[in-house]
Design a protein around this ligand. Sequence first.
Ligand code: AMP
Ligand code: GLY
Length: 437
Amino acid sequence: MNVLLIGGGGREHAMAWKIAQSSLLDELFISPGNPGSQRHGRAVDLDLNDHKTLRAFLLEKRIRIVVVGPEGPLVDGLHDRIADDPQLAGKVTVIGPRKEAAQLEGSKDFAKEFMFRHNIPTAAHRTFVKGQLAEAVEHLERMNPPYVIKADGLAAGKGVVITSDRKEAAATVKAMLEGKAHGAAGERVVIEQFLNGVELSAFLITDGTAFKMLPSAKDYKRIGAGDTGPNTGGMGAVSPVPFADRDLMQKVHDRIAAPTVRGLQKDGIPYSGFIFMGLMVVNSEPYVIEYNVRMGDPETQAVLPRLRSDLLDLFEGIATGTLSERHVDVDDRTAVTIVLASEGYPDKFEKGNTIVGLEQVREAYVFQAGTAVKGDQLVTNGGRVMAVTAFGKDLEQAVLAAYRSAGLISYEGKYMRTDIGQDLLKMPVPKGAHQPW
Ligand code: AMP
Ligand code: GLY
Protein backbone atom coordinates (compact mmCIF):
# COMPACT_ATOMS: atom_id res chain seq x y z
CA MET A 1 0.00 0.00 0.00
CA ASN A 2 1.02 3.61 -0.48
CA VAL A 3 1.51 5.86 2.52
CA LEU A 4 1.81 9.60 3.05
CA LEU A 5 3.65 10.68 6.20
CA ILE A 6 3.25 14.29 7.33
CA GLY A 7 5.98 16.01 9.32
CA GLY A 8 9.62 16.95 9.16
CA GLY A 9 11.14 16.20 12.55
CA GLY A 10 13.04 13.41 14.23
CA ARG A 11 9.82 11.67 15.18
CA GLU A 12 8.85 11.49 11.53
CA HIS A 13 12.32 10.30 10.49
CA ALA A 14 11.91 7.42 12.97
CA MET A 15 8.42 6.71 11.61
CA ALA A 16 9.66 6.77 8.02
CA TRP A 17 12.50 4.39 8.92
CA LYS A 18 10.03 2.02 10.58
CA ILE A 19 7.36 2.20 7.88
CA ALA A 20 9.99 1.59 5.19
CA GLN A 21 10.74 -1.80 6.79
CA SER A 22 7.19 -3.00 6.26
CA SER A 23 6.49 -5.76 3.75
CA LEU A 24 3.07 -4.14 3.25
CA LEU A 25 4.59 -0.93 1.87
CA ASP A 26 4.63 -0.13 -1.81
CA GLU A 27 5.60 3.52 -1.74
CA LEU A 28 6.16 6.04 1.06
CA PHE A 29 5.76 9.79 0.48
CA ILE A 30 6.86 12.25 3.15
CA SER A 31 5.79 15.88 3.38
CA PRO A 32 7.93 17.81 3.96
CA GLY A 33 10.40 15.34 5.51
CA ASN A 34 14.06 16.12 6.08
CA PRO A 35 17.36 14.90 4.61
CA GLY A 36 17.25 11.88 6.94
CA SER A 37 13.68 10.73 6.42
CA GLN A 38 14.02 11.30 2.69
CA ARG A 39 16.26 8.25 2.51
CA HIS A 40 13.23 6.11 3.36
CA GLY A 41 10.68 7.64 1.04
CA ARG A 42 9.96 10.25 -1.55
CA ALA A 43 9.89 13.85 -0.34
CA VAL A 44 6.92 15.98 -1.40
CA ASP A 45 5.95 19.42 -0.24
CA LEU A 46 2.19 19.61 0.16
CA ASP A 47 0.27 22.64 1.38
CA LEU A 48 -2.15 20.94 3.76
CA ASN A 49 -4.53 23.89 3.56
CA ASP A 50 -4.85 23.55 -0.19
CA HIS A 51 -7.37 20.74 -0.07
CA LYS A 52 -7.92 20.44 -3.83
CA THR A 53 -4.24 19.79 -4.47
CA LEU A 54 -4.00 17.44 -1.52
CA ARG A 55 -7.01 15.48 -2.77
CA ALA A 56 -5.53 15.23 -6.27
CA PHE A 57 -2.26 13.98 -4.80
CA LEU A 58 -3.94 11.36 -2.60
CA LEU A 59 -5.99 10.07 -5.54
CA GLU A 60 -3.19 10.12 -8.08
CA LYS A 61 -0.73 8.33 -5.81
CA ARG A 62 -3.43 5.97 -4.51
CA ILE A 63 -2.55 6.77 -0.91
CA ARG A 64 -4.23 4.36 1.49
CA ILE A 65 -2.86 5.71 4.79
CA VAL A 66 -2.01 9.25 5.85
CA VAL A 67 0.12 9.31 9.01
CA VAL A 68 0.13 12.67 10.75
CA GLY A 69 3.23 13.15 12.93
CA PRO A 70 2.58 16.52 14.65
CA GLU A 71 -0.60 17.74 16.35
CA GLY A 72 -1.01 21.00 14.43
CA PRO A 73 -2.70 19.63 11.28
CA LEU A 74 -5.00 17.44 13.41
CA VAL A 75 -6.13 20.31 15.61
CA ASP A 76 -6.69 22.22 12.35
CA GLY A 77 -9.03 19.50 11.07
CA LEU A 78 -6.91 17.71 8.46
CA HIS A 79 -8.51 14.36 9.31
CA ASP A 80 -12.01 15.85 8.92
CA ARG A 81 -11.20 17.41 5.56
CA ILE A 82 -9.96 14.08 4.21
CA ALA A 83 -12.60 11.81 5.77
CA ASP A 84 -15.50 14.11 4.85
CA ASP A 85 -14.44 14.45 1.21
CA PRO A 86 -16.77 12.16 -0.80
CA GLN A 87 -14.00 11.40 -3.29
CA LEU A 88 -11.64 10.23 -0.54
CA ALA A 89 -14.04 8.71 1.99
CA GLY A 90 -13.44 5.00 2.41
CA LYS A 91 -10.26 5.16 0.35
CA VAL A 92 -7.92 6.96 2.73
CA THR A 93 -7.41 6.33 6.45
CA VAL A 94 -5.87 9.06 8.55
CA ILE A 95 -3.69 7.98 11.47
CA GLY A 96 -4.44 10.82 13.86
CA PRO A 97 -7.84 11.93 15.17
CA ARG A 98 -10.49 14.29 13.94
CA LYS A 99 -10.55 17.88 15.15
CA GLU A 100 -13.04 17.13 17.93
CA ALA A 101 -10.84 14.47 19.54
CA ALA A 102 -7.69 16.49 18.87
CA GLN A 103 -8.97 18.86 21.55
CA LEU A 104 -7.61 16.33 24.04
CA GLU A 105 -4.34 18.05 23.21
CA GLY A 106 -5.63 21.33 21.76
CA SER A 107 -7.64 22.37 24.83
CA LYS A 108 -6.49 21.71 28.40
CA ASP A 109 -10.02 22.47 29.60
CA PHE A 110 -11.54 19.91 27.21
CA ALA A 111 -9.00 17.31 28.40
CA LYS A 112 -9.67 18.04 32.08
CA GLU A 113 -13.44 17.83 31.63
CA PHE A 114 -13.01 14.58 29.71
CA MET A 115 -10.89 13.05 32.51
CA PHE A 116 -13.32 14.26 35.16
CA ARG A 117 -16.30 12.76 33.28
CA HIS A 118 -14.60 9.39 32.91
CA ASN A 119 -12.94 9.18 36.30
CA ILE A 120 -9.41 9.26 34.95
CA PRO A 121 -6.89 10.28 37.63
CA THR A 122 -5.52 13.79 37.11
CA ALA A 123 -4.68 16.89 39.15
CA ALA A 124 -7.69 18.76 40.54
CA HIS A 125 -8.34 21.91 38.53
CA ARG A 126 -10.50 24.93 37.84
CA THR A 127 -10.89 26.79 34.57
CA PHE A 128 -11.27 30.55 34.28
CA VAL A 129 -12.25 32.55 31.20
CA LYS A 130 -11.83 36.16 30.15
CA GLY A 131 -13.56 38.42 32.67
CA GLN A 132 -12.98 36.04 35.59
CA LEU A 133 -9.63 37.42 36.72
CA ALA A 134 -10.91 38.34 40.19
CA GLU A 135 -12.27 34.81 40.74
CA ALA A 136 -9.00 33.31 39.51
CA VAL A 137 -6.95 35.45 41.90
CA GLU A 138 -9.25 34.54 44.80
CA HIS A 139 -8.82 30.90 43.87
CA LEU A 140 -5.02 31.28 43.98
CA GLU A 141 -5.33 32.80 47.45
CA ARG A 142 -7.11 29.70 48.69
CA MET A 143 -4.51 27.34 47.18
CA ASN A 144 -1.21 26.12 48.53
CA PRO A 145 1.86 26.76 46.36
CA PRO A 146 3.34 25.80 43.98
CA TYR A 147 0.75 27.08 41.54
CA VAL A 148 0.35 25.38 38.16
CA ILE A 149 -1.13 27.68 35.51
CA LYS A 150 -1.86 26.55 31.97
CA ALA A 151 -3.01 28.39 28.88
CA ASP A 152 -5.93 26.43 27.47
CA GLY A 153 -4.83 26.20 23.83
CA LEU A 154 -1.77 25.02 21.95
CA ALA A 155 1.19 27.10 23.02
CA ALA A 156 4.06 25.01 21.67
CA GLY A 157 4.90 23.63 25.10
CA LYS A 158 5.32 27.12 26.52
CA GLY A 159 1.83 27.54 27.97
CA VAL A 160 2.59 26.15 31.43
CA VAL A 161 3.89 28.25 34.30
CA ILE A 162 4.73 26.69 37.65
CA THR A 163 5.62 29.09 40.45
CA SER A 164 5.52 29.28 44.23
CA ASP A 165 5.23 33.07 44.10
CA ARG A 166 1.55 33.99 44.32
CA LYS A 167 2.10 37.45 42.86
CA GLU A 168 3.81 35.93 39.83
CA ALA A 169 0.99 33.39 39.57
CA ALA A 170 -1.61 36.15 39.59
CA ALA A 171 0.34 38.18 37.03
CA THR A 172 0.62 35.12 34.79
CA VAL A 173 -3.12 34.49 34.95
CA LYS A 174 -3.78 38.17 34.19
CA ALA A 175 -1.46 38.23 31.19
CA MET A 176 -3.02 35.04 29.83
CA LEU A 177 -6.64 36.08 30.33
CA GLU A 178 -5.97 39.43 28.70
CA GLY A 179 -4.57 37.61 25.69
CA LYS A 180 -1.13 39.17 26.19
CA ALA A 181 0.61 35.85 26.65
CA HIS A 182 -0.01 33.10 24.06
CA GLY A 183 -2.79 35.10 22.34
CA ALA A 184 -6.12 33.34 22.09
CA ALA A 185 -4.56 30.10 23.45
CA GLY A 186 -4.42 31.78 26.87
CA GLU A 187 -7.79 33.44 27.05
CA ARG A 188 -9.02 30.43 28.95
CA VAL A 189 -6.79 29.41 31.84
CA VAL A 190 -6.59 26.19 33.83
CA ILE A 191 -5.23 26.38 37.36
CA GLU A 192 -4.40 23.02 38.81
CA GLN A 193 -3.07 21.20 41.81
CA PHE A 194 0.69 20.61 41.79
CA LEU A 195 1.63 16.95 41.56
CA ASN A 196 4.97 16.03 43.04
CA GLY A 197 6.33 12.91 41.38
CA VAL A 198 8.23 11.48 38.45
CA GLU A 199 7.13 11.87 34.86
CA LEU A 200 6.49 9.06 32.43
CA SER A 201 5.34 9.06 28.81
CA ALA A 202 2.94 6.23 27.98
CA PHE A 203 1.53 5.54 24.52
CA LEU A 204 -1.31 3.67 22.96
CA ILE A 205 -2.55 3.14 19.46
CA THR A 206 -6.29 2.75 18.83
CA ASP A 207 -8.91 2.34 16.13
CA GLY A 208 -11.45 3.86 18.50
CA THR A 209 -12.56 0.51 19.92
CA ALA A 210 -9.54 -1.68 20.57
CA PHE A 211 -6.21 -0.33 21.71
CA LYS A 212 -2.66 -1.57 22.13
CA MET A 213 -0.13 -0.18 24.54
CA LEU A 214 3.22 0.75 23.03
CA PRO A 215 6.49 0.84 24.99
CA SER A 216 6.67 3.65 27.53
CA ALA A 217 9.52 6.13 27.76
CA LYS A 218 10.99 8.87 29.86
CA ASP A 219 11.66 12.22 28.26
CA TYR A 220 14.19 14.83 29.43
CA LYS A 221 12.49 18.16 28.89
CA ARG A 222 14.89 20.69 30.38
CA ILE A 223 17.86 21.99 28.43
CA GLY A 224 20.45 21.50 31.18
CA ALA A 225 21.96 18.51 32.97
CA GLY A 226 20.22 17.70 36.24
CA ASP A 227 16.90 18.99 34.84
CA THR A 228 17.89 22.64 34.93
CA GLY A 229 17.14 25.61 32.68
CA PRO A 230 14.23 26.19 30.36
CA ASN A 231 11.91 23.58 28.91
CA THR A 232 12.63 22.28 25.42
CA GLY A 233 10.89 19.92 23.04
CA GLY A 234 12.89 17.13 24.68
CA MET A 235 16.62 16.44 24.99
CA GLY A 236 16.67 12.67 25.27
CA ALA A 237 14.60 9.60 26.00
CA VAL A 238 14.88 6.20 27.62
CA SER A 239 12.69 3.16 26.94
CA PRO A 240 11.74 1.10 28.89
CA VAL A 241 11.74 3.06 32.12
CA PRO A 242 12.99 0.93 35.03
CA PHE A 243 10.46 2.29 37.55
CA ALA A 244 7.59 1.58 35.13
CA ASP A 245 7.27 -1.99 36.30
CA ARG A 246 4.42 -4.39 35.62
CA ASP A 247 2.30 -3.15 38.50
CA LEU A 248 2.55 0.47 37.46
CA MET A 249 1.93 -0.28 33.79
CA GLN A 250 -1.09 -2.39 34.72
CA LYS A 251 -2.49 0.64 36.56
CA VAL A 252 -1.76 2.82 33.54
CA HIS A 253 -3.55 0.31 31.35
CA ASP A 254 -6.58 -0.20 33.61
CA ARG A 255 -7.08 3.25 35.08
CA ILE A 256 -5.93 5.49 32.26
CA ALA A 257 -5.58 3.86 28.83
CA ALA A 258 -8.75 1.72 28.92
CA PRO A 259 -11.04 4.44 30.39
CA THR A 260 -9.63 6.94 27.89
CA VAL A 261 -10.56 4.81 24.88
CA ARG A 262 -13.87 3.80 26.49
CA GLY A 263 -14.57 7.44 27.36
CA LEU A 264 -14.11 8.50 23.76
CA GLN A 265 -16.54 5.79 22.70
CA LYS A 266 -19.09 6.78 25.35
CA ASP A 267 -18.84 10.39 24.25
CA GLY A 268 -19.38 9.31 20.65
CA ILE A 269 -15.99 10.66 19.60
CA PRO A 270 -14.31 8.51 16.92
CA TYR A 271 -10.54 8.15 17.24
CA SER A 272 -7.84 6.66 15.08
CA GLY A 273 -4.18 6.95 15.87
CA PHE A 274 -1.89 7.44 18.80
CA ILE A 275 -2.62 8.76 22.26
CA PHE A 276 0.33 10.01 24.28
CA MET A 277 -0.44 9.97 27.99
CA GLY A 278 1.88 12.38 29.78
CA LEU A 279 1.86 11.01 33.33
CA MET A 280 3.06 12.05 36.74
CA VAL A 281 3.69 9.08 39.01
CA VAL A 282 3.07 10.05 42.63
CA ASN A 283 3.79 7.30 45.19
CA SER A 284 3.40 4.64 42.49
CA GLU A 285 0.04 6.04 41.38
CA PRO A 286 -0.21 7.40 37.82
CA TYR A 287 -2.00 10.71 37.09
CA VAL A 288 -2.48 12.28 33.68
CA ILE A 289 -0.79 15.66 33.28
CA GLU A 290 -1.65 15.95 29.63
CA TYR A 291 -2.80 14.08 26.58
CA ASN A 292 -1.20 14.45 23.19
CA VAL A 293 -2.91 13.15 20.08
CA ARG A 294 0.36 12.06 18.49
CA MET A 295 3.58 10.34 19.43
CA GLY A 296 6.24 12.14 21.46
CA ASP A 297 9.43 13.61 20.11
CA PRO A 298 12.08 12.36 21.04
CA GLU A 299 10.24 9.44 22.71
CA THR A 300 9.36 7.98 19.30
CA GLN A 301 13.05 7.73 18.47
CA ALA A 302 13.48 5.40 21.50
CA VAL A 303 10.12 3.62 21.28
CA LEU A 304 9.93 2.66 17.59
CA PRO A 305 13.32 0.91 17.45
CA ARG A 306 11.98 -1.33 20.24
CA LEU A 307 8.82 -2.17 18.29
CA ARG A 308 9.35 -5.51 16.58
CA SER A 309 5.91 -5.54 15.01
CA ASP A 310 5.21 -4.07 11.62
CA LEU A 311 3.91 -0.52 12.18
CA LEU A 312 2.03 -0.57 8.90
CA ASP A 313 0.26 -3.75 10.01
CA LEU A 314 -1.01 -1.82 13.05
CA PHE A 315 -2.09 1.06 10.80
CA GLU A 316 -3.89 -1.41 8.56
CA GLY A 317 -5.62 -2.71 11.68
CA ILE A 318 -6.88 0.83 12.28
CA ALA A 319 -7.96 1.21 8.65
CA THR A 320 -10.01 -1.97 8.78
CA GLY A 321 -11.17 -1.76 12.39
CA THR A 322 -9.24 -4.94 13.22
CA LEU A 323 -6.58 -3.61 15.54
CA SER A 324 -7.68 -6.11 18.20
CA GLU A 325 -6.33 -8.92 15.99
CA ARG A 326 -2.89 -7.35 15.56
CA HIS A 327 0.10 -7.88 17.79
CA VAL A 328 2.53 -5.54 19.44
CA ASP A 329 5.80 -7.32 19.91
CA VAL A 330 8.54 -5.45 21.75
CA ASP A 331 12.31 -5.86 21.99
CA ASP A 332 13.15 -6.08 25.68
CA ARG A 333 16.51 -4.40 25.35
CA THR A 334 16.82 -0.78 26.48
CA ALA A 335 16.95 2.04 23.97
CA VAL A 336 18.52 5.37 24.87
CA THR A 337 18.14 8.45 22.71
CA ILE A 338 20.40 11.49 22.95
CA VAL A 339 19.29 14.68 21.23
CA LEU A 340 22.06 16.71 19.61
CA ALA A 341 21.00 20.35 19.66
CA SER A 342 22.34 23.72 18.58
CA GLU A 343 24.04 25.88 21.22
CA GLY A 344 21.54 28.48 22.37
CA TYR A 345 18.42 26.34 21.87
CA PRO A 346 15.60 26.75 23.00
CA ASP A 347 16.31 30.45 22.38
CA LYS A 348 18.47 31.79 19.58
CA PHE A 349 20.89 29.53 17.77
CA GLU A 350 22.94 29.44 14.59
CA LYS A 351 22.00 27.49 11.50
CA GLY A 352 24.04 26.29 8.57
CA ASN A 353 26.97 24.67 10.38
CA THR A 354 28.49 21.66 8.65
CA ILE A 355 27.79 18.29 10.27
CA VAL A 356 30.43 15.56 10.04
CA GLY A 357 30.90 12.07 11.38
CA LEU A 358 27.51 10.51 10.64
CA GLU A 359 29.07 7.76 8.54
CA GLN A 360 31.18 6.70 11.53
CA VAL A 361 28.13 5.78 13.57
CA ARG A 362 27.82 2.00 13.47
CA GLU A 363 26.08 0.94 16.68
CA ALA A 364 23.24 3.47 16.77
CA TYR A 365 20.43 4.88 14.67
CA VAL A 366 20.60 8.54 13.77
CA PHE A 367 17.24 10.25 13.29
CA GLN A 368 17.57 13.68 11.75
CA ALA A 369 15.44 16.66 12.69
CA GLY A 370 16.88 20.15 12.14
CA THR A 371 19.17 19.36 9.22
CA ALA A 372 19.43 20.57 5.65
CA VAL A 373 21.57 19.84 2.64
CA LYS A 374 23.77 22.66 1.33
CA GLY A 375 25.75 21.74 -1.75
CA ASP A 376 27.12 18.32 -0.92
CA GLN A 377 27.13 18.90 2.81
CA LEU A 378 24.72 18.21 5.63
CA VAL A 379 24.25 21.32 7.77
CA THR A 380 22.38 22.26 10.93
CA ASN A 381 18.98 23.81 10.34
CA GLY A 382 17.17 23.78 13.68
CA GLY A 383 17.36 23.76 17.46
CA ARG A 384 17.16 20.02 17.77
CA VAL A 385 19.45 18.78 15.03
CA MET A 386 19.23 15.01 15.37
CA ALA A 387 18.67 12.17 17.78
CA VAL A 388 21.04 9.25 18.32
CA THR A 389 19.46 6.02 19.57
CA ALA A 390 21.41 3.00 20.75
CA PHE A 391 20.41 -0.29 22.30
CA GLY A 392 21.95 -1.98 25.32
CA LYS A 393 21.15 -5.12 27.24
CA ASP A 394 20.42 -2.81 30.15
CA LEU A 395 20.14 0.92 30.73
CA GLU A 396 23.78 1.37 31.63
CA GLN A 397 25.00 -0.32 28.45
CA ALA A 398 22.51 1.59 26.32
CA VAL A 399 23.59 4.92 27.81
CA LEU A 400 27.25 4.13 27.10
CA ALA A 401 26.52 3.04 23.54
CA ALA A 402 24.36 6.08 22.80
CA TYR A 403 27.02 8.50 24.07
CA ARG A 404 29.78 6.67 22.19
CA SER A 405 27.86 7.23 18.96
CA ALA A 406 26.72 10.75 19.82
CA GLY A 407 30.40 11.61 20.36
CA LEU A 408 31.29 10.65 16.79
CA ILE A 409 29.15 13.41 15.28
CA SER A 410 30.40 16.97 15.29
CA TYR A 411 29.43 20.45 14.20
CA GLU A 412 30.05 23.95 15.43
CA GLY A 413 27.79 24.69 18.40
CA LYS A 414 26.92 21.06 19.12
CA TYR A 415 25.15 20.75 22.46
CA MET A 416 23.77 17.70 24.24
CA ARG A 417 22.79 16.81 27.76
CA THR A 418 25.42 14.54 29.27
CA ASP A 419 23.18 12.97 31.91
CA ILE A 420 20.43 11.19 29.96
CA GLY A 421 19.41 8.11 31.96
CA GLN A 422 21.59 8.96 34.98
CA ASP A 423 18.63 9.72 37.27
CA LEU A 424 17.13 6.33 36.43
CA LEU A 425 20.41 4.51 37.05
CA LYS A 426 20.40 5.95 40.57
CA MET A 427 16.82 4.91 41.32
CA PRO A 428 16.26 1.51 42.90
CA VAL A 429 14.90 -0.86 40.27
CA PRO A 430 11.65 -2.47 41.36
CA LYS A 431 11.01 -6.18 40.99
CA GLY A 432 9.42 -7.06 37.68
CA ALA A 433 11.04 -4.15 35.90
CA HIS A 434 11.96 -4.43 32.24
CA GLN A 435 8.45 -5.44 31.43
CA PRO A 436 8.09 -5.62 27.67
CA TRP A 437 5.87 -2.55 27.27
P1 AMP B 1 2.27 20.15 30.03
O1 AMP B 1 2.47 21.11 28.90
O2 AMP B 1 0.85 20.07 30.53
O3 AMP B 1 2.88 18.82 29.76
O4 AMP B 1 3.15 20.70 31.23
C1 AMP B 1 4.54 20.94 31.07
C2 AMP B 1 5.30 20.42 32.25
O5 AMP B 1 4.84 21.06 33.46
C3 AMP B 1 5.09 18.95 32.51
O6 AMP B 1 5.94 18.18 31.75
C4 AMP B 1 5.37 18.84 33.98
O7 AMP B 1 6.75 18.78 34.22
C5 AMP B 1 4.87 20.13 34.53
N1 AMP B 1 3.50 20.02 35.06
C6 AMP B 1 2.35 20.17 34.38
N2 AMP B 1 1.28 20.00 35.17
C7 AMP B 1 1.76 19.75 36.40
C8 AMP B 1 1.16 19.49 37.69
N3 AMP B 1 -0.16 19.49 37.86
N4 AMP B 1 1.98 19.28 38.74
C9 AMP B 1 3.32 19.30 38.57
N5 AMP B 1 3.94 19.54 37.42
C10 AMP B 1 3.19 19.76 36.33
N1 GLY C 1 8.59 14.94 24.21
C1 GLY C 1 7.38 15.58 24.53
C2 GLY C 1 6.48 15.82 23.42
O1 GLY C 1 6.61 15.28 22.34
O2 GLY C 1 5.54 16.57 23.60
